[in-house]
Every structure is written in C-alpha cells, then in structure tokens.
Design a protein around this ligand. Structure first.
Ligand code: ZN
Length: 144
C-alpha cells in the first residue's frame, strides 16, 4: 500500500503486488469502509489495480499516534501524504453515504491534515516521495 504523489486532482499509487503505477482521481475515492455494521472513517479504499486487480487501503494515522521513529523515511512521508489525502477527501465531502446522511457528516470525521510547517519541511518540491529505484518496490507495512 503506497502512494507516491498527491496533486490537487489525483493520487499516484504504486501497487504493492505488481508494482504498476496508477493515477487515481480524487473524485473516484471515498472515505469510509464498511466493516460489518460499522463504517471505519479512517480508511480509504483504492480502486482495484487495473493490472492485477488487487485492492489496497489507505489508513489515516491515528490521532494518538506518536511521532514517527524515522523522520524523513518513506514510512514517515507516506503517513503524512495519507493524512493529507484523507483530509482532502473529507473536505470535499467524499464520504461513505452512511457517514454523510444529510451532507453534514464531514465535521464528525477526525482528520490529520498536513500542516504548513510539515509541508515546507518535507515536501518543498511538491507532495511526492522520491525514492531510489532499488527502494521503490515495497512500502513498509503500516498498521492502524
Ligand atoms: Zn497491481
């Protein structure tokens, strides 16, 4: 599960299974994944990879999550990007219908947007993660 770049309109995802890069429009993504009767508002399901059909989730960092142990690492930057994408989707009202019964659900979803300070420090060239080719194939596993 990894995203490498976020623009105003889309997200560049690299499939963890087959390694192909997919551009996903933010308009095609939605916050909230059904788990039995509950909806987890910290998850964003990505559409199936066109090449291998595997599906991946983005997991918003928990509010109680401690500072990342390796600032500047792929895992750290990735976490920041995921928080940013999640917050953007909430801001746009891209919510699962159960979370957004009358269009006013966005206020109830906890978000972890990227701060201006973090953006300037970690993404001065834009919201993307540059990785040497030999480090690209696998992103570190993240748990919620
Ligand atoms: Zn794939």
């Amino acid at each position: 599960m990894a995203i490498h770049e976020v623009t105003v309109e889309d997200v560049l995802q690299r499939c963890a299974r087959c390694g192909s890069g997919n551009r996903l429009s933010l308009e095609a993504l939605e916050v909230g994944v059904a788990r039995r009767e509950d909806i987890d508002d910290g998850l964003v399901q990505l559409p199936p990879c066109p090449a291998c059909r595997s599906t991946e989730f983005l997991i918003r960092p928990a509010e109680s999550e401690p500072e990342h142990p390796a600032p500047g690492s792929f895992g750290h930057l990735h976490r920041l990007l995921v928080g940013h994408v999640h917050a953007k989707l909430v801001e746009r009202g891209r919510l699962h219908s159960v979370l957004n019964p009358k269009g006013g659900g966005a206020g109830k979803v906890a978000v972890r947007p990227l701060s201006q300070e973090a953006r300037e420090r970690w993404f001065p060239q834009g919201l993307r993660i540059e990785m040497p080719p030999d480090e690209q194939p696998r992103a570190p596993e993240e748990s919620s």
